[in-house]
Design a protein around this ligand. Structure first.
Ligand code: MG
Length: 462
């Protein structure tokens, strides 16, 4: 068998060489199809940087995600592009700062906006390359029919249109939360205690049904967003209480999906990513702490300052694990700068698609960094809160210029942090580095002008 396979490879290589010499028409599709991987993205919701064993949590056990990290690269300067759900997801799926799509704030049920038809989503771009595309989990990019994921490049959708806390008593007056399969509501109100288990079953089925066709699977878990709930099987199992149970069920879920890939012989043909959409919601409003949920049911940003919805590191620095056996060397830990919007051009390149030239794409192809062949192409990252550009990171430096708390107040003093010496943003060193302050301030001013000129007009609901 092995010698036969070897013979086939030799023949294929010779044919590839010959057809390449004769003309690219024969060679290119063969090579692209042979190399392009399946893509699986696990996105958790409101999970902190430090909620995994491999990122420093002392009592939550996450052996499957930790193993995924050991078998690939574990990034320690990986960012979500926004500190709340909707814009973070918009960036991941468009490769652009959310201000460009206008999806800058978390969308409520019935919001009149959603993913614009003019945006090219990762699912649309990959489907055009022959990928089967699926989203299992939370969409949160609009809940009207024209905003359904199946209208934006996904062949398959099983999940929620928005967060599972848009219901009483957390949000008074919200309609019961619907669970969708495609464009049909299949359960209402959704039983959120079984979501992680059901998402896992759906993800496994999606992979099995691909039957050799390349696929893009986006597993956007609803957990551990408040209310954080685990299925019966996982309740009371962890040393870290309910929140630990929820994270350990997510870890089980990742393990089940990875086990399925291995069983089907897809390990070396699949790139997998694990990350979170934003930091822990420690600053949630009192309405979020009901039905037994307390601050103990929220995660940790570890040594980072701030939380969800802030432009301190704790709002946007998230776990970033990428695994692709045989291509991304195992055992890497890297502090190279990267963001979730970088996945868009990276995956397009892997699928053989060209990055669109008709619009600004803010992401970079980070595969050479992930494989250890080159430093990250990302040299700077802008931090937005809604439409407000509040901070920029360039290398080790971060400048944060928060807007006034109240109209008419003067803005707070600029904060300059050396993130390599002071990742927790405790020491404002602006006074000692006036040149760096001026340079980064000019970068913020220039990018503010660029996106203000390019951004769509304000929409209802913003
Ligand atoms: Mg979130």
């Amino acid at each position: 068998m092995r010698s036969t396979m070897h013979g086939v490879w030799v023949l294929a290589t010779v044919l590839l060489f010959l057809s390449g010499a004769a003309g690219p028409a024969l060679a290119q599709p063969t090579r692209a199809q042979a190399q392009r991987p399946n893509i699986v993205v696990f996105l958790t919701d409101d999970q902190g940087y430090a909620d995994l064993s491999s990122y420093g949590h002392p009592t939550i056990r996450t052996p499957h995600i930790d193993q995924m990290a050991r078998e690939g690269i574990r990034l320690t300067s990986f960012y979500s592009t926004a500190p709340v759900c909707t814009p973070a997801r918009a960036a991941l799926l468009t490769g652009r700062y959310p201000v460009r799509s206008g999806l800058v704030n978390a969308l409520s049920p019935g919001a009149p906006i959603g993913m614009p038809a003019t945006e090219l989503t990762l699912a649309e771009a990959l489907r055009a390359q022959g990928y089967r595309t699926g989203i299992i989990g939370k969409w949160h990019l609009g809940d009207g029919p024209s905003f359904n994921p199946t209208a934006h490049g996904f062949d398959y959708f099983f999940g929620l249109p928005y967060s599972h806390d848009y219901r009483a008593p957390f949000v008074q007056g919200a309609p019961p939360v619907p669970l969708y399969r495609g464009t049909a509501v299949v359960e209402r109100p959704v039983d959120d205690t079984t979501l992680t288990r059901r998402y896992t079953e759906e993800a496994i089925r999606f992979i099995r049904e691909a039957r050799g066709e390349p696929f893009f699977l986006y597993v956007a878990h609803s957990m551990p967003h408040l209310p954080a709930v685990a299925s019966t099987r996982f309740r009371g199992r962890s040393r870290a209480g309910n929140y630990g149970d929820v994270i350990e069920e997510l870890d089980w879920s990742v393990g089940e999906v990875l086990r399925t890939l291995a069983e089907l012989g897809l390990d070396r043909r699949t790139i997998t990513v694990f990350t979170s959409d934003n930091g822990p919601w420690t600053n949630a409003m009192p309405r979020s702490f009901q039905e037994g949920q307390t601050l103990q049911d929220v995660g940790y940003a570890g040594i980072f300052r701030g939380s969800k919805a802030t432009t301190y590191e704790g709002g946007v620095r998230v776990p970033g694990i990428v695994r692709w056996p045989g291509t991304i060397p195992a055992g890497q830990v890297s502090a190279e700068l990267a963001a979730n919007m970088d996945l868009f051009p990276t995956f397009l390149h892997l699928a053989g698609a060209k990055t669109p030239m008709d619009r600004p794409i803010d992401g970079y192809d980070i595969l050479p960094m992930l494989t250890g062949r080159a430093p990250s192409p990302r040299k700077e990252l802008f931090y937005f809160s809604g439409r407000n550009l509040e901070a920029v990171r360039e290398g080790r430096w971060k400048l944060r210029i928060a807007p006034p708390q109240q109209p008419g107040q003067t803005a707070a003093a600029p904060e300059l942090f050396d993130l390599e010496r002071d990742p927790g943003e405790r020491s404002n060193v602006a006074a000692d580095h006036q040149d760096t302050l001026a340079r980064l301030r000019s970068r913020i001013d220039a990018f503010r002008e660029e996106v203000a000129a390019a951004a769509p007009a304000a929409r209802p609901g913003d």
